[in-house]
Design a protein around this ligand. Structure first.
Ligand code: C2E
Ligand code: CA
Ligand code: CA
Ligand code: CA
Length: 278
């Protein structure tokens, strides 16, 4: 350590120790959680903005440490990525998702987040396909959400993984489009089906004409490329009406439906369809 930093190190020590301690505790708990299966998917509706029907659900991981105490995926996914636990965690989550989603009507899809880290593991595509087949869920109903960093790290491996999955019929969505993690450089090298407009653009929308124009441009880009556009983070009627007027295909956000446990997602579907879901 630098001698000049000594006082600062002392000042920060209790803080850092706590952090390291918390991290070690969390890592141990995460390992157990993956083994014991206490991390589960919740499901957030994706709504077809033209017909108002349920296009699908995005699976969002939820870890309940103890009843009522949740750890956010923003906290444990990065840890899982660093520790390699992301592989068993993803396989576990996909299994649970398939077991649930196979009960939904066939036209209702499943959007599933695929960590960038997994895309540098060339065999992961085949393993995910195998899980879907074991669980009786057709890959044609799956849309994988990926971000840019994934593709950049190990291009041949990423090509192989996405190639395998697309060959099996899965679709690909560029998540968080427009942010540093997903941008124009991705458009040329990879084939994909959907652009997901990052929530930050939707949130900023009612704040000025310029933001509106950015969204309008992304929707136009999607239509020019012949891919669907999904807007995430829709929280009010004004945002919804504007996105609809632009011809944005799919909407997601608290206004349209929050992430919810599997049983609630079934009820949500039932209400929309007017008939029971098994
Ligand atoms: P994401 O893929 O961009 O997911 C959308 C996030 O926005 C979710 O946060 C969702 O709950 C939140 N959200 C949806 N609608 C609204 C809205 O109207 N307003 C606001 N303020 N937020 C909204 P969540 O569930 O905390 O997930 C955070 C991130 O963690 C996800 O961002 C995704 O990158 C990652 N993640 C979640 N589940 C998984 C998973 O199973 N695997 C991997 N690899 N990553 C996951
Ligand atoms: Ca996502
Ligand atoms: Ca997103
Ligand atoms: Ca995001």
């Amino acid at each position: 350590a630098k001698s000049s930093g000594r006082n600062r190190a002392v000042a920060f020590a209790p803080f850092m120790e706590q952090d390291v301690y918390k991290r070690a505790r969390l890592e141990g708990a995460l390992k157990r959680a993956v083994r014991e299966g206490t991390i589960i998917p919740h499901f957030q509706p994706l709504i077809d903005l033209r017909t108002n029907s349920v296009y699908g659900f995005e699976a969002l991981a939820r870890w309940e440490l103890q009843p009522g105490e949740f750890v956010s995926p923003g906290e444990f996914i990065p840890l899982a990525e660093e520790t390699g636990l992301i592989v068993p965690l993803t396989e576990h989550l996909l299994r649970l998702c398939c077991a649930e989603a196979r009960n939904w009507p066939k036209h209702v899809g499943l959007a599933f987040n695929l960590s960038p880290v997994l895309l540098s593991d060339a065999v992961i595509g085949l393993r995910l396909i195998r899980i879907m087949s074991e669980e009786g869920f057709s890959p044609t109903r799956l849309e994988l959400e990926i971000t840019e960093s994934s593709v950049m790290k190990d291009y041949p491996a990423a090509q192989k993984v996405l190639g395998d999955l697309m060959e099996a019929g899965a679709r690909i969505a560029l998540d968080d489009f427009g942010t540093g993690y997903s941008s124009l450089s991705q458009l040329s090298g990879f084939s994909f089906d959907t652009i997901k407009i990052d929530r930050s653009f939707v949130t900023a929308m009612n704040k000025g004409e310029r933001q509106d124009k950015v969204i309008r441009a992304i929707v136009a880009l999607g239509s020019g490329l012949g891919v669907k556009t999904t807007a995430e983070g829709i929280e009010d009627e004004e945002q919804l009406a504007y996105l609809r007027s632009l011809g944005c295909d799919i909407g997601q956000g608290y206004l349209l439906g929050r992430p919810m446990p599997a049983e609630a997602a079934r009820r949500f579907l039932q209400e929309r369809l007017g008939h029971p879901v098994p």
